[in-house]
Design a protein. Structure first.
Ligand SMILES: C[S@@+](CC[C@H](N)C(=O)[O-])C[C@H]1O[C@@H](n2cnc3c(N)ncnc32)[C@H](O)[C@@H]1O
Length: 297
């Protein structure tokens, strides 16, 4: 892939998942950037402000509610693995319905909150501090339903994301259901194009252009051309005050990533209970994040 980015002292501080390889970075530097992304994001998720924020969330997102309805009759017999549970938003909905519930998060503080929150639950929850990149504590073919909600998979590098998908595939049973969401790179084209922020309302134009400017400033190497050309990239977006480095992917590329071991892939805009059909409709969808529902092959 051709990407015009300067080398040497001008080298961008922001990187692009594995596209960094195409930018001519040395292997060592690429590894350091990857590690830095993971470590920084993990620290941010362990911070008091994020633990408090995620502890206060309660509602299922529409796409999650649609899948819960879809699986409802089978949930009582299902062993569920809920990855990246944060403050337990999804736990409170699924724990009372599934046959057996395991919730994990790599932030000790998030799991501590959940242990307190669900201590009195009549249905026992198995809650553990664990990194999705390494699920070796679980045997192969252990779970009927695996959830990684609210874009939790987007806070590791491209390479680690593929590791997570492999781990999910390994610990899930053949025919088991998987639901996760991920940021949609197609949504970024609008944000990075300043012309999209000009409107008749001067206040709105001002606010939108300020956000556009800040996003450009904090992502100096990312251009509209790059967004339109890249299959996936990592950037700092406005959520949690630009503190996280977030992986964005084109839906067509996400489907490719899943093809090694998942089938019957469905895509839902996060705001809707209705899947995009045919699948190719998702390849134009501009929603900020999308839910992917599929079965393990
Ligand atoms: C955006 S929050 C969502 C929290 C919760 N699922 C919700 O929907 O409210 C993402 C969560 O995933 C966790 N997470 C991110 N990467 C992870 C990883 N590699 N392993 C385990 N947890 C991870 C974070 O600590 C955080 O709690």
């Amino acid at each position: 892939m051709q990407v015009a980015v300067r080398e040497g002292p001008q080298q961008p501080k922001i990187f692009y998942g594995e596209i960094i390889a195409d930018l001519g970075l040395s292997l060592g530097r690429a590894q350091r950037l990857r590690r830095k992304m993971s470590q920084q994001n993990q620290m941010v998720y362990a911070s008091v402000s994020l633990v408090s924020y995620y502890s206060q969330l309660n509602q299922l997102q529409p796409a999650e509610a649609a899948i819960l309805d879809h699986l409802r009759d089978r949930l009582p017999t299902m062993k569920m693995l809920d990855i990246g549970i944060g403050g337990g938003r999804t736990t409170q909905h699924f724990l009372p319905l599934v046959g057996h519930y395991t919730g994990i998060d790599y932030a000790t503080e998030m799991i501590a909150v959940c242990r307190r929150r669900f201590a009195a639950s009549s249905q026992p929850a198995n809650l553990a501090v664990m990194d999705a990149r390494d699920l070796r504590q679980f045997d192969d073919n252990s779970f009927d339903f695996i959830l990684f909600s609210f874009n939790g998979i987007d806070y590791v590098s491209h390479r680690d994301r593929l590791r997570i998908l492999k781990e999910i595939h390994r610990v899930g049973k053949p025919g088991g259901a998987v639901l996760f969401s991920s940021h949609n790179l197609q949504s970024m084209a609008r944000l990075f194009d300043y012309r999209q922020h000009l409107s008749r309302n001067p206040l709105k134009t001002y606010a939108d252009l300020a956000m556009w400017g800040l996003t450009r400033l904090l992502n100096p190497a990312i251009t509209l051309e790059l967004i339109n050309a890249a299959p996936h990239l990592v950037l700092k977006d406005e959520s949690h005050n630009f503190r996280l480095q977030t992986y964005y992917i084109r839906p067509a590329e996400q489907v490719k990533q899943l093809e090694f071991g998942f089938n019957t892939i469905e895509i839902y805009p996060w705001t809707q209970r209705v899947k995009l059909a045919p699948l190719s409709e998702a390849y134009l969808e501009p929603d900020l994040w999308l839910y992917y529902f599929c079965l393990i092959t």
